[in-house]
Design a protein around this ligand. Structure first.
Ligand SMILES: C[C@H](O)[C@H](O)[C@H]1CNC2=NC(N)=NC(=O)C2=N1
Length: 91
């Protein structure tokens, strides 16, 4: 089981556009077109299923919010940081 990272460690490793929110990391991706956001959310879902580590995805008009935490571990782990990088590659 991955270890829960300290807030400072998370902040040190967070990629651009990501923020720590309590025991989650979050990024809001913005789009010019609603359906581009829908397609992005689907690609995030594909990556999550491949990695078997699943975010909370909220699709809004021209924006998609992605939240990650490691439920089993009860906090933010390297798995969340790695998935964040993989999701950024889809953007
Ligand atoms: C049984 C448990 O739900 C699974 O092992 C996986 C599924 N996807 C998951 N996703 C996330 N974000 N955290 C988990 O702990 C997790 N666990």
């Amino acid at each position: 089981m991955a270890e829960v990272l300290s807030p400072d460690e998370v902040d040190r490793q967070l990629g651009a556009g990501w923020e720590r929110d309590d025991d989650e990391i979050v990024r809001v991706y913005e789009f010019d077109d609603y359906l581009d956001g829908v397609a992005f959310a689907a690609s995030v879902g594909e990556v999550a299923e491949e990695e078997f580590h699943h975010p909370e995805i909220t699709i809004r008009y021209e924006a998609v919010e992605v939240r990650l935490t490691s439920h089993e571990e009860g906090g933010i782990t390297e798995k969340d940081l790695r998935l964040a990088d993989l999701f950024d590659d889809e953007f």
